[in-house]
Design a protein around this ligand. Structure first.
Ligand SMILES: Cc1ncc(COP(=O)(O)O)c(C=O)c1O
Length: 410
């Protein structure tokens, strides 16, 4: 940790110190050295159960053999291509595959690296397609921290404040209501304005505290977008590709997005993200002046594309969406029984709600061998998002430990 503090941006070290002070427990991280399946081994050889999937990335489990083999094979063939100028064969295969997985008859796809990139692509697409710069986003929403998505980051105003002068000033925030559909829609209507070209929404808020929307909300939002000439941009970077029990949670909720962002699990552990769009919407990128006005050196990287194709195969062949749904229901029930606390979420993206900060609990769980994350304002939610391949016995062990620790939140 001393070495880290000498070289890493001080913001991260400062966070640890602040958290230690707030929680009264050491917030020193472990140092990851190896990981397989749902287990992480630290630099000292301690083994942990990963209930974070590495920020939701390792849906197929760490180092899935199919993903590792695909990366190895690709590394022996082609490490880097020429992006959008001379594409690699494997990039074309991934684009084809994603267009097939998209929820429209005809789709077009832009590949990128981080979730934030995919959201930037979607926001730019919405400007081109609607001619409007306004974005309606939600309090508690999180879409990444590049300038485009940061402007729409409702998770905490403190993330935006230092950079406010550089951010899109046409972002409106609507309150997020979990319980009543009427309240949720009234908040949308109150925040709406004529300049809104994109409504950016997570079908289930993740970092914001595993906060669902009322049933019917997303479908009603899609209708409003259609009626008012805006595009519905659904951020499925965390919820998508099976984590919440369906390929796309928004579609399972009865909504048809215009643009859909995927990331995290998509690359099977490599940085791959994508903005998927209905073909007629993506046509707005057409008629360029001879240059691609939106690209990145590493977008569609061959290694990432190979890993993504393998991860998508695993998700499908091992029917992991259905497994997430089934296992998630049992896990949620057991968590509620063990803690007496409200449990929110879908599939294997669950939150246990506490009244105080969960930081001390997260530290105690780490000491017992479980990697978990705090979520939500005030860190009052214990976020649980294990690999979709996790052995159920590991979840049982976690529930027993949580029960044993008692009401460990601050
Ligand atoms: C819903 C959602 N959108 C976007 C992002 C940003 O992704 P990235 O950190 O890869 O830029 C995240 C990351 O946590 C996320 O949870």
């Amino acid at each position: 940790m001393d070495r880290l503090a000498r070289s890493e941006c001080p913001a991260f070290t400062a966070r640890r110190a602040r958290r230690a002070e707030a929680s009264g427990a050491s917030q020193d991280p472990i140092v990851w050295a190896e990981a397989r399946g749902a287990n992480v081994v630290d630099a000292d050889g301690n083994v942990f159960v990963d209930l974070t999937s590495g920020f939701g990335v390792q849906a197929v489990g760490h180092a899935h053999p199919r993903v590792v083999e695909a990366v190895r094979r690709q590394a022996g063939r082609l490490l880097h291509g020429l992006g959008d100028l001379h594409p690699s064969d494997v990039k074309i295969a991934l684009l084809d595959r994603l267009a097939e997985l998209a929820p429209w008859d005809e789709a077009r796809v832009v590949l990128s690296l981080n979730g934030a990139d995919a959201v930037e692509t979607a926001l730019k697409t919405a400007v081109l397609a609607t001619g409007r710069s306004g974005v309606l986003a939600f309090e508690g929403g999180y879409h990444g921290l590049a300038h485009g998505p940061l402007a729409a980051c409702g998770y905490a105003p403190g993330f935006r404040r230092p950079f406010a002068a550089q951010l899109n000033p046409h972002v409106r925030f609507a309150a997020w209501h979990e319980a009543e559909l009427g309240d949720a829609l009234a908040a949308v209507d109150a925040a709406w304005g004529d300049d809104v070209g994109a409504v950016l929404v997570e079908p289930l808020q993740g970092r914001g505290g595993i906060r669902p929307a009322p049933p019917g909300f997303l479908a009603a939002l899609a209708e409003r977008c259609r009626a008012r000439g805006a595009l519905l941009v659904v951020d499925e970077i965390l919820t998508g590709l099976g984590r919440c029990g369906a390929r796309w949670l928004s579609v399972a909720q009865g909504a048809e997005p215009d643009l859909l962002c995927a990331g995290k699990a998509l690359g099977g552990g490599l940085p791959v993200s994508a903005c998927l769009g209905r073909a007629d919407v993506m046509a707005a990128w057409g008629a360029p002046d001879g240059e691609a006005i939106h690209t990145g050196t590493f977008y569609g990287h061959p290694l990432g594309a190979a890993a993504a194709l393998a991860a998508l195969d695993v998700l499908e062949e091992e029917a992991l969406a259905a497994r997430a749904q089934e296992l998630g229901e049992r896990f949620a029930g057991a968590l509620h029984e063990a803690t007496g606390r409200p449990v929110t979420g879908a599939g294997l993206m669950l939150g246990v709600r506490y009244e105080g900060s969960t930081l001390p609990l997260v530290a105690r769980l780490l000491a017992r061998g479980y990697l978990t994350l705090p979520a939500g304002a005030g860190a009052t939610t214990l976020q649980l998002a294990p690999p979709l391949t996790i052995d159920e016995a590991l979840l049982d062990g976690f529930v027993a430990t949580l029960a044993e620790l008692g009401d460990g939140a601050g």
